[in-house]
Structures are given as structure tokens and as C-alpha cells.
Design a protein around this ligand. Structure first.
Ligand SMILES: C[S@@+](CC[C@H](N)C(=O)[O-])C[C@H]1O[C@@H](n2cnc3c(N)ncnc32)[C@H](O)[C@@H]1O
Ligand code: FES
Length: 379
């Protein structure tokens, strides 16, 4: 957060094993990645990010002025949605591929400046060895990249490291079916199309990554309908799910997949549509007879717990909100002859140092007996 130095690394520190493959693939995809999205996807980027942001809002609740990191930000689709939210004070996008970041900066520069808009910084770096100090961000997001990491636990541990205690790490990705054979077929087809694809996890796999990085799933239950997606709180609480249809041919075009592989992938998806073996692609045809398949999206957030000592220290504080930027809260009052002042002693008044009656709610909630000090100047 404040005062941190953000190195703009060009040479990537040693980290992800597949970083060279990633950079080679996305250097090629950069130009068309974002423009092509709205051609290959039935759900437009704006609609998808609306769902994701509504889930973030329910998870972070009342907080605002958040310092946010978007890991593997690509051309900044998620980064920009975060920056446009009233929740954020500052957003950093990190990606390994300079060409994706150039596109992100270009889009940023072309956008109309909006009053009060959150500042955005793009940094080149490896998600497995990020150039940020510990506990630098309140919210760390990662969209559509877990399935490109060779060993995603490395990146998720890094996300947990740079997340501040009390902050949230949020994974947004497409998932494979839980049946291992279908999941293997699904990942095989995805990798045939894009060689930088490693593995889509299932829900349990995403949760295991967060737990493996020492994070805990958010415990307050998000009711279905509260955010714009589906929740099945019976299995894993607070995982938001939604389906997004993709046009098979446009999807294969966007990665410039060689003709032979294209045909093989298309055949398998079509075979499933015609009643054949499950591929994990959930095929269908649209109203115009075009072959499509379904990406199953999941959004899973987890909290970085505060250390016990930090919680104890915070709980020991009497003053939670008043003039916290000062070392000491000191007020000097001069009362005119015959005047009276009702002074707050509960440290909860919005009109501090004067009592605004906030002690009443506190006493009711806790059984305490706090009250103001009434001082008066002699006549
Ligand atoms: C499918 S794109 C997703 C981009 C963006 N998050 C979005 O949702 O549009 C995957 C991105 O992950 C980046 N990437 C993959 N491995 C990475 C790593 N180890 N460190 C940083 N970025 C990585 C790639 O450069 C690419 O921009
Ligand atoms: S509001 Fe604090 S004592 Fe009344």
C-alpha cells in the first residue's frame, strides 16, 4: 500500500517454469486477444465483469479505498473493471507478456478520463515471483490465468504473500468437470487449441489452491440472487458460477490453431453434440445453427487471516475510528461563561469530542453503562 516501491521489471526473476512458452503465445495473441473476445464469446466482456464485480462487492462488503493487484492482467479487462469500481483507490496490473501490457496501456491512454477515476499502473513480472513487498494489497485478483500456470500453487502463494492480513484473494477461472476422465479430455482439447494451456481445475481444485496458500474461504454466506450468478452453498459456500457460450470456430481462430488440430477439436465437440462421448465442452448450436460450447466459470474468494497478535492488538484499542492518522487525539475547548458541553467518553461519537448519543446503541448491544461527561463554565 502506501510508500511501497514498485519495480518495473523487464528481466523476469526466476519463477514459473513455462514463462517462455507463455510469453511466446501471448506475444502473438496480444493484438487480437480483446477485440476477438466479443466475437468468440456469447457473453460480452462487460457482462462477465459485471457478474465478477458484483461478487467482489458482496465479499469485501463495506470496505473501500482498496489497493488492488490484478495478476496476469493481460490487456487489462479485469484491471479496468476494478479501476472503474467505487471500491478501489489504486489498481496495479501485472503480466509476464510485454505485448499484452502494451495493449493494456494503449487502451488506458485512449479512454476518456473520468473524474475521480482510480489510478492504474501496469507492471511486467512473473506471478510466481512478484516484484512487490509482503502485504501490499487489500484485494488480489487473477482472471483466466490459473489454467496457464505450470504449478499454480506457486502463484497463489505469491498472491497470498502480497495480500494484506484481512484482505482477499479472488480466483476467476473456467473449470473442468469433476469426473477425472472427462476433465482430462477437456484439458486435452484446450491444450490442443492453445499450447500454453496447462490445466483447468474443478471447484475442489481451486479451493485446494487457496487453502494450500494458507487462505480461508469467506465464511459469510452469499445468498443466491444477491450477486448476478448462481450459488450452490450446499457444497462449497460462496463459489459463484455461471456458464458462458463460445463459438467454436471463432475460438479456434483467435489462437490461430493449426488446421489439423482445429479439425480434430471441432470433430470431438461435434461428436459429443451428436450424442457421443463427453468432452467436458458441453456443446450446443445457437439459433443460427452455429456450433458452440460452454465454458463453466467460477469465482472463488478467500481471506488472508490476520495474525493472532494483530487481532489482539486491534481488539485492545479503544478508539476505532476517530482521528486515526494522529498519534494522540487532543481537543481543547474554551467554554463561555454559563455555557455547557456534553462530551463523548465512549469514543464512538461522529461529532467527537461532543456526544452524539452513540453510547446508547453501544450500551444496548453490550450491556455496558457508558455515558458522556457534562462540563459547564461557571456564571
Ligand atoms: C488468458 S490471458 C488472461 C488475461 C486477463 N487476466 C483476462 O482475464 O483477460 C492469460 C494471461 O496470463 C499471463 N500469464 C501467464 N502466466 C503468467 C505468469 N507466470 N506471470 C504473469 N503473467 C502470466 C499471460 O501473459 C496472459 O496475458
Ligand atoms: S456518544 Fe460517546 S458518550 Fe455519548
Amino acid at each position: 500500500m502506501q510508500g511501497m516501491s514498485r519495480a518495473n521489471t523487464r528481466m523476469l526473476a526466476s519463477g514459473a517454469k513455462n514463462i517462455a512458452d507463455i510469453q511466446a503465445e501471448y506475444a502473438v495473441q496480444a493484438e487480437t486477444f480483446e477485440a476477438g473476445w466479443n466475437k468468440r464469446s456469447i457473453g460480452k466482456n462487460g457482462d462477465i465483469m459485471k457478474r465478477v464485480m458484483s461478487h467482489i462487492e458482496t465479499l469485501v462488503g463495506e470496505q473501500d479505498q482498496l489497493h488492488v493487484l490484478d495478476v496476469a492482467c493481460g490487456t487489462g479487462i479485469c484491471t479496468r473493471a476494478l479501476a472503474a469500481s467505487a471500491l478501489t483507490a489504486e489498481v496495479t496490473g501485472l503480466d509476464a507478456t510485454e505485448q499484452m501490457l502494451s495493449k493494456a496501456r494503449e487502451t488506458e491512454a485512449e479512454a476518456e478520463p473520468t473524474l475521480g477515476q482510480t489510478s492504474v499502473t501496469y507492471v511486467q513480472g512473473d506471478g510466481a515471483a512478484m516484484p512487490f513487498p509482503d502485504a501490499s494489497f487489500d484485494l488480489v485478483t487473477c482472471r483466466l490465468a490459473i489454467h496457464h500456470f505450470a504449478d499454480p500453487l506457486e502463484q497463489v502463494k505469491e498472491m497470498a504473500r502480497v495480500c494484506a492480513p484481512g484482505g482477499t484473494v479472488l480466483l476467476v477461472d473456467i473449470v473442468s468437470p469433476t469426473d477425472p476422465a472427462t476433465a482430462a479430455r477437456h484439458n486435452e482439447l484446450e491444450a490442443m487449441r492453445d499450447p500454453s494451456h496447462t490445466e483447468c481445475k474443478d471447484t475442489a481444485g481451486l479451493v485446494a489452491l487457496l487453502h494450500g496458500a494458507g487462505l480461508n474461504l469467506h465464511t459469510h454466506t452469499v445468498a443466491g440472487g444477491e450477486a448476478d450468478g448462481e450459488y450452490d452453498n450446499e457444497t462449497v459456500p460462496n463459489v459463484m458460477r455461471f456458464d458462458n457460450g463460445m463459438f467454436v470456430d471463432q475460438w479456434l481462430e483467435s489462437t490461430r490453431t493449426p488446421a489439423e488440430a482445429r479439425e480434430a477439436i471441432r470433430d470431438q465437440i461435434h461428436a459429443e453434440f451428436a450424442g457421443g462421448a463427453a468432452t467436458g465442452m458441453f456443446p450446443f448450436v445457437d439459433d443460427f445453427g452455429e456450433l458452440c460450447f460452454t465454458h463453466k466459470w467460477e469465482v472463488v474468494g478467500a481471506r488472508k487471516e490476520e495474525e493472532k497478535e494483530e487481532v489482539q492488538q486491534r481488539q485492545a484499542q479503544i478508539n476505532e475510528t476517530i482521528q486515526k492518522d494522529k498519534d494522540r487525539v487532543v481537543d481543547e475547548l474554551v467554554l463561555e461563561e454559563g455555557k455547557k458541553a456534553v462530551l463523548c467518553r465512549c469514543w464512538k461519537s461522529a461529532k467527537f469530542p461532543y456526544c452524539d448519543g452513540a453510547h446508547v446503541a453501544h450500551n444496548k448491544a453490550t450491556g455496558d453503562n457508558l455515558g458522556p461527561a457534562i462540563v459547564s463554565a461557571k456564571k
